[in-house]
Design a protein. Structure first.
Length: 546
C-alpha cells in the first residue's frame, strides 16, 4: 500500500491525500460561483469591505436577508449565501443542507477531507449540525487568478483567544509581501515561513520550482491542501505536487542548508513577544521564539547565504528603535540597527512604513490574538510587553519592507528611508526599475553621466508656489504620481534642468546651457547638479532614454 504524501494527513488539518475528494470540492465551489467576484456581487461593496476588516455584521445581515426571504434572490444566490455563511461566517449546517447547498454527496466529501466539526446545537427538526472546521475563502491574485485558501478559523469564528498553533489566512501583511515581491522569471525560489501557502501560489506563476518551509507541520499541511485544491488554476498535477513544490519542516534556514535560490520571500514570524524565564509557548504564525527583533536580524544577516550571486530577497519585518538613538540622524535614526545587520556581500533597501510606541505595539498584537477577551490575562500580558521593551531601552518599534540582493563584489546599494504615505500597489515593478536605474549608474563618472539622454517619467508633475505679487516662485516641487510617490523640493537650477529633459539634449548639453545662463563660476555647481540628477534617476523621477 502506497503511503500518504508527507503533510497530507496531519492531525487537526484538512486531509489532501484523497485527491478525488479535493477535486470534487473544487468543482462544487466553482459550481456555486464561490469566487472573489461572486462573493463581492452577492454582498455588495460595503459589507464585503467590512468583512475584510473582520467586521461581520453587515455581511451576516445581507446573508440573513437572502436565506430568510427578506430579499429577492435566486436559487443560485441562496446556495452561494449558504456557502459564505458556512465557510466565512461560522454558520451551522446539517448534512442534508450541505448536500442541498454544495451538491449531492458534499457532506461525505467534506467529512473525508476533515473539514467538518460537529456542532453542539441541533436544528428545529432535531437534526445534528456541523460547522466548518477551517476558514475556506476565495482569493483573487493580482494577475486575476481565482483561488481558494484554507486556514484556521479567525477570531470572529471562534470563542476565546486563538490557539498557539494557529495558521493564519490571507491578511494585510501577506498581501503586502505579494505586492513587494519581484515577478521576474527564475528557476528556484524559497518561501520561508509559508503559513497557508499564499506566497507559493504567486511564486508558481514565475518560478520553475518553489521550496516552502515552516516550523509548523499544520501550516505545511494546509499549504499542501491549498495546492491540491487549486491545482488546475496553478497548473499543477494534483497527484504530483512535489514535482514543483517542496515542503520542508524546520526553523529559519535549517531546512535548506547547503541549497541556494534565485529568489527568497518571507513574511517571517517577526512579532516581538515578551516571555518569562523558561516560557516556550508561542504563537507560531507570528513569533519565531527569539527575543526582541532577533528573528528579523538573523534573516537579514543569513539570507544572502542561500542566494545565488545576484539573487534577491524580499521580506517584511519589525525592528526595535532604541531610546538612545542619535538625534542628528533625524527621522532615519531607526536605520542604525538594521544597517548593522547587513553582511559584507548584501545590497539592501529598507523602507520603514510605520513607527509605533511600545503601548501601541502591545495593544495591536494582544488584540490580534484576541487576548483582550480575558481582562486579567490582557493586563498581565500588556505589562509584560512594557517591562520587556523597557529592559532593552526600546522607545519605538518600526515596521517595513526589506529588499536584499547578494552582491557579486562590494555592495553598491544601501538605502534606508521612511515612507508612511500610501504607495503604488503592487510596488515591486517600481522597485525593480529603481534598482535597474541604480545599477545603470553604478560606477559611472560625471563624464559618463554627461553623455546620457533623459526623459521625465510619465507620472511626474511639477508644482510651483509663490506669494501673491512675487516675481518668482518660493517653492518648486516635483511629485511622483506612482511608485513610492515621493515629493522632491527643487532649486531653480534643478527645476530648469528637469524641464529640459525631453530626450533631445544630453545631460552635459543641458548643464552647459544652465552654466552659461546662470553664469556659474566653478565646477562645484555643476557637480552639485549632477548629484541631484543621479538621485532623480535612481528615485524614478527621470528615466534614461535608451
Amino acid at each position: 500500500m502506497t503511503s500518504a504524501p508527507e503533510f497530507s494527513r496531519v492531525s487537526a488539518t484538512p486531509f489532501s491525500d484523497d485527491v478525488d475528494a479535493v477535486e470534487s470540492l473544487a468543482e462544487a465551489l466553482a459550481a456555486v460561483d464561490y469566487s472573489h467576484e461572486g462573493v463581492l456581487r452577492l454582498l455588495g461593496d460595503g459589507p464585503f469591505e467590512a468583512m475584510a476588516r473582520e467586521q461581520m455584521v453587515p455581511a451576516q445581515h445581507r446573508i440573513d436577508e437572502l436565506l430568510n426571504g427578506r430579499a429577492t434572490s435566486r436559487a443560485g444566490q441562496r446556495r452561494l449565501a449558504g456557502v459564505v455563511e458556512f465557510f466565512m461566517l461560522g454558520g451551522l449546517m446539517t448534512a442534508e443542507a450541505l448536500d442541498a447547498t454544495l451538491g449531492e454527496g458534499a457532506y461525505g466529501v467534506l467529512e473525508r477531507l476533515n473539514l467538518l466539526l460537529p456542532a453542539d446545537t441541533h436544528d428545529d427538526a432535531g437534526r445534528g449540525g456541523f460547522r466548518a472546521a477551517f476558514d475556506l475563502r476565495p482569493h483573487s491574485a493580482d494577475d486575476g487568478t481565482d483561488l481558494w485558501v484554507v486556514s484556521d478559523l479567525g477570531s470572529h469564528q471562534t470563542d476565546g483567544a486563538l490557539p498557539r498553533d494557529h495558521v493564519l489566512g490571507i491578511g494585510q501583511a501577506s498581501l503586502t509581501l505579494a505586492q513587494l515581491t519581484e515577478r521576474r522569471a527564475v528557476k528556484r525560489a524559497l518561501d520561508l515561513g509559508t503559513g497557508c501557502g499564499i506566497q507559493v501560489f504567486h511564486l508558481l506563476a514565475h518560478c520553475d520550482h518553489v521550496t516552502a518551509t515552516d516550523i509548523s507541520d499544520r501550516a505545511l499541511a494546509m499549504t499542501r491542501f491549498n495546492l491540491v485544491l487549486n491545482a488546475s488554476a496553478l497548473g499543477l498535477d494534483p497527484a504530483a505536487i512535489d514535482d514543483r513544490v517542496s515542503l520542508r519542516l524546520g526553523s529559519l534556514l535549517e531546512p535548506v542548508h547547503g541549497e541556494t535560490f534565485d529568489l527568497v520571500v518571507s513574511n517571517p514570524p517577526f512579532v516581538i513577544t515578551p516571555r518569562r524565564a523558561g516560557e516556550t509557548d508561542l504563537y507560531t504564525y507570528r513569533d519565531g521564539g527569539l527575543p526582541g527583533d532577533e528573528i528579523v536580524s538573523t534573516l537579514v544577516r543569513r539570507v544572502p547565504e542561500v542566494l545565488n550571486p545576484g539573487g534577491r530577497a524580499q521580506m517584511l519585518g519589525n525592528w526595535e528603535i532604541l531610546s538612545d538613538r542619535e538625534a542628528e540622524n533625524g527621522r532615519e535614526s531607526w536605520a542604525r540597527r538594521p544597517r548593522a545587520w547587513l553582511s559584507e556581500n548584501s545590497d539592501a533597501w529598507f523602507i520603514q512604513r510605520e513607527e509605533t510606541s511600545p503601548e501601541q505595539y502591545a495593544e495591536t498584537w494582544l488584540r490580534d490574538a484576541s487576548q483582550n477577551r480575558d481582562r486579567e490575562s490582557y493586563e498581565t500580558a500588556y505589562l509584560d510587553y512594557m517591562a520587556d521593551f523597557a529592559n532593552r531601552g526600546v522607545a519605538a518599534i518600526g515596521f517595513g519592507m526589506v529588499w536584499l540582493r547578494r552582491a557579486s563584489g562590494s555592495p553598491s546599494m544601501r538605502r534606508f528611508e521612511t515612507i508612511e504615505h500610501p504607495i503604488q500597489q503592487p510596488i515591486a515593478p517600481f522597485l525593480s526599475s529603481a534598482v535597474d536605474a541604480h545599477d545603470a549608474l553604478a560606477g559611472t563618472s560625471d563624464e559618463d553621466l554627461a553623455t546620457l539622454h533623459l526623459t521625465v517619467a510619465e507620472d511626474v508633475t511639477e508644482e510651483r508656489h509663490q506669494r501673491p505679487g512675487a516675481e518668482h516662485p518660493g517653492v518648486i516641487l516635483l511629485r511622483q504620481g506612482a511608485g513610492l510617490r515621493r515629493t522632491e523640493v527643487m532649486t531653480t537650477e534643478v527645476a530648469g534642468f528637469v524641464s529640459a529633459c525631453d530626450g533631445q539634449l544630453s545631460v552635459g548639453q543641458i548643464a552647459d546651457a544652465l552654466a552659461a545662463l546662470l553664469d556659474w563660476k566653478d565646477e562645484e555647481q555643476r557637480s552639485e547638479l549632477f548629484a541631484r540628477v543621479r538621485a532623480l534617476i535612481e528615485g524614478g523621477f527621470l528615466e534614461i532614454d535608451e
